[in-house]
Ligand binder design. Structure first.
Ligand code: SAH
Length: 451
């Protein structure tokens, strides 16, 4: 097989990024973006490696029965959705299978898999967006998304995953940039001012936060921008300028200046009120987060007597929604602003049995263990890289009767479940939960019990 060959291919599986995969007669895997399991294709080979190849669809001979017509103009250009061309039922099936494959094959774990907690709403569910701002060759302002695996900005007036109102914020910003000829940041030279538009919306309270990431302290004529936002967005609660002068891919810099409002918005999750500030983690799909937390709560099986340790706690959400049902709660989180939010959230909701530590979770857990803290239930909700062996060992030494593991990456979950198995904890069951429909990401929650 060589570049530009046309080959017949049946798509039989999907990668973690959502690309379809088929195998040639001699067993070579060919990755084909935007294909669907069941497609019979003619594929043009783009790149050949030793054991696998990349291709693109040249012709669809027989479409997968799961295919539907994509309903978004940006789909296939922006790096956002992986699956707008298959039914949601098929997407759920693929995600469920991925979690199961990871746990069984990578982790070598046999357990019970509950059906995936699916979304009621597969569009407009996101409450957060970070849009890069740039200009195209003709000097036209672009506000949108990076193309897949690239830093080319795809202009997007209205993303189907985001609240309709975000399109209004984009429009106001675009008008301002055009009218006042605002300079936009150029990644190659490090020059120019406006880098990103970052928006958060609180679904229940309808509060809106707009944050501009700038290469400097602010924007020229920013009072005009503020005025335009305030007059056109009645639910605008706060506007923040974040300063990022570094040549980096990281969106946010370390300093915020509040230009309007209090610098935060508030939303409701599982009946509790939470403060959301620009740096703190907040679940992007609120409706699904409530279902995920309900499952975590069921797995924690609290009776009111338990001591709970919530590691990677963000603004304290999972633990605080359970605080009424346990004796004590300790949350650990590495971002200082999130810890401050967590403390405020405890106060705001009248929770008196919680405390929060700003620390690295593995180090803090070890420290707590040495201090003799022995939780009955440990909640883990790490970022994609997972917990790692050291933390698993520390948790096992603390000897909680149950561990509830919330994971956004099936591969690291599987690895960590294996570490747990080696340290005396069995996986009782796993429930996948779809927090990010139309993208390839899948969340899971697992219950572990001491042997
Ligand atoms: N449980 C929270 C947050 C989960 S996201 C919720 O559901 O809202 C994962 C969190 O882990 C983020 O807030 C991130 O800042 C934090 N984090 C990342 N690395 C960490 C580390 N080494 N130690 C502690 N917290 C960490």
């Amino acid at each position: 097989m060589k570049k530009n060959d046309l080959i017949p291919l049946t798509i039989t599986s999907a990668t973690a990024e959502g690309s379809g995969v088929g195998r040639t007669a001699d067993g070579m895997a060919v990755f084909v973006p935007l294909s669907a399991i069941g497609d019979e294709l003619t594929v043009r080979v783009l790149k050949v490696k030793k054991t696998y190849a990349f291709g693109k669809i040249e012709d669809i001979l027989t479409p997968s029965p799961a295919r539907i017509t994509p309903d978004c103009a940006c789909f296939s250009q922006c790096g956002g959705c992986a699956w707008r061309h298959i039914t949601y039922a098929e997407e759920c099936r693929v995600k469920q299978q991925r979690v199961r494959d990871a746990v069984e094959r990578v982790g070598g774990i046999q357990t019970v898999f509950r059906p995936m907690i699916a979304c009621e709403r597969t569009d407009r569910y996101r409450n957060k967006a970070q849009f890069p701002v740039g200009k195209d060759r003709d000097g036209k302002t672009q506000i949108g998304f990076y193309a897949f695996h690239s830093h080319r900005i795809i202009d997007c007036a209205d993303c189907a995953l985001q609240p309709e109102q975000f399109a209004d914020v984009i429009r106001v910003t675009r008008d301002f940039v055009n009218t006042y000829d605002v300079s936009v940041y150029d990644e190659s030279t490090g020059k120019g001012s406006l880098r990103h538009l970052y928006i958060r919306h609180a679904e229940v309270t309808d509060e809106l936060m707009v944050c501009y990431v700038v290469n400097g302290g602010g924007l020229k004529h920013e009072d005009v921008l503020l005025q335009a936002l305030r007059s056109q967005l009645p639910n605008l609660k706060t506007v923040i300028f974040n300063s990022n002068r570094e040549k980096t891919n990281v969106v946010l810099g370390s300093k915020n200046r509040v230009a309007f409002g209090d610098g935060f918005i508030e939303d409701v999750l599982c009946g509790k009120i939470f403060r959301i500030s620009p740096f703190s983690f907040w679940q992007v799909n609120r409706a699904q987060a409530e279902k995920l937390y309900a499952k975590a709560r069921e797995y924690a099986a609290l009776t009111g007597r338990e001591h709970v340790l919530d590691l990677y706690c963000g603004t304290g959400t999972i633990g605080l929604t359970m605080a009424d049902s346990c004796a004590s709660l300790i949350g650990v989180e590495i971002i200082a602003d999130a810890v401050r939010d967590a403390e405020q959230n405890a106060l705001r909701n009248g929770v008196k049995n919680a405390r929060f530590l700003c620390a690295d979770a593995p180090a803090a857990a070890e420290q707590l263990r040495q201090e003799g803290i022995a939780p009955d239930v440990v909640i883990l909700d790490p970022p994609r890289k997972g917990c790692g062996e050291a933390l698993v060992k520390t948790v096992a030494k603390m000897s909680p009767s149950r561990v509830v593991y919330v994971s956004c990456d099936p591969a690291t979950l599987a690895r960590d479940l294996k570490y747990f198995a080696e340290n005396g904890y069995q996986t009782a069951e796993v429930t996948p939960c779809d927090m990010f429909s139309r993208t390839a990401h899948v969340e899971s929650v697992a219950l572990l019990r001491r042997d």
